[in-house]
Design a binder for this molecule. Structure first.
Ligand code: SF4
Length: 333
């Protein structure tokens, strides 16, 4: 367990990100605060378009096109990621934080062997290492992710999807960063391979002690891997809870409850499967008050006008008026 008196590996303070589209400003991430400590795996869950990937790109200071950090702070190992110059940021990205993207095929260079790709990282960031040291390190990394080092001579297309993804993970942890962000790293892999990758992530994380932010739209996958889960809806964290508390015997944000009712195998009870009615909101024209109100079966009049603030409920953070009878009034965003 992490010691909450220690410095968080990642601290998000009221982070908001937006980008311009032809229809107006897309408010992709709104007022997100979260801390992740060493040895923690935190799952970030949300439907497509909920802002998960925008948030992960923002943490890496890799926002694309017109996306910009509109407010808040992103601090990794005590360092504000947005106060670094370009050169220092590049070093910081590999040494302190790294990212595993969705598609291993896109992350790996098809015309370089696995060894050349691993060696590139060390040549750039550890210029004093000898060729022999780099080769030994590449062998060690392959063994760490349970791939025969003979595949160092292989090109990406010669390897299976699961092997490629494990190599991407090996490269991401090659410089032993404190934070590894994994953005849907097992999407497109079959269930058995997915399971073996998750086991490998857990094993590596236990060995190396880095913190993981694991992003997925798959609730059951995240609940299995992570100790803490953050649930994102329309760019906001609506609940942050321990994974072990994710069951219908506990009170949750209505969106979390809706997700739980869609995967009854997570609970010990027999529950009728129910989908969440409606669609996620348009991030350009968000509903006033609580963004979830058009889909929420518990919605009250106040939910249409008053923005729910986060509050502590038995150690969980929940942003919902159901748990705050005083309806803490904050300016409607
Ligand atoms: Fe539902 Fe209201 Fe809670 Fe939003 S604030 S989740 S609309 S009950």
């Amino acid at each position: 367990m992490s010691n909450k008196n220690e410095q968080p590996v990642l601290e998000l303070k009221n982070v908001s990100v937006g980008y311009e589209s032809v229809r107006g400003t897309v408010r992709a991430v709104r007022d997100v605060s979260l801390k992740i400590y060493r040895n923690e795996i935190v799952g970030l869950i949300g439907e497509s378009g909920s802002g998960k990937s925008t948030l992960s790109n923002a943490i890496m200071n890799l926002l694309k096109n017109s996306a910009t950090l509109l407010g808040g702070e992103i601090i990794v190992m005590g360092q504000d990621v947005y106060s670094l110059n370009k050169r220092d940021l590049r070093k910081f990205r590999w040494n302190k934080m790294s990212m595993v993207f969705q598609s291993a095929m896109n992350a790996l260079n098809p015309v370089l062997t696995v060894e050349e790709q691993i060696a590139d990282v060390f040549r750039e960031h550890r210029p004093n290492m000898t060729k022999k040291e780099i080769h030994d390190k590449a062998v060690e990394l392959m063994e760490l992710v349970s791939i025969d080092p003979k595949h160092l001579k292989s090109y990406p297309h010669e390897l299976s999807g699961g092997m490629r993804q494990r190599i991407v993970i090996a490269i991401a942890i090659s410089l032993e960063p404190d934070l590894v962000i994994m953005d849907e790293p097992t999407t497109a892999l079959d269930v058995v391979v997915q399971k073996s990758i998750l086991d490998k992530i857990k094993e590596l994380q236990r060995k190396k002690g880095f913190a993981v932010l694991f992003i997925s739209h798959d609730f059951s996958l995240v609940a299995e891997l992570a100790e803490k889960v953050a649930i994102m809806y329309a760019g906001r964290l609506v609940e942050v809870t321990k994974a072990e508390d994710l069951n219908l015997s506990k009170r949750h944000h209505p969106y979390t409850e809706g997700l739980l009712r869609a995967i009854p195998e997570l609970t010990a009870e027999t529950v009728k499967i129910e989908g969440i009615p409606g669609n996620p909101p348009d991030l350009i024209n968000l509903p006033t008050g609580c963004a979830y109100n058009p889909r929420c079966k518990y919605a009250m009049e106040s939910c249409k006008t008053i923005h729910p603030v986060e509050q502590d409920l038995d150690g969980r953070q929940i942003a919902c008026h159901l748990y705050n009878e005083d309806f803490v009034t904050k300016a409607v965003r």
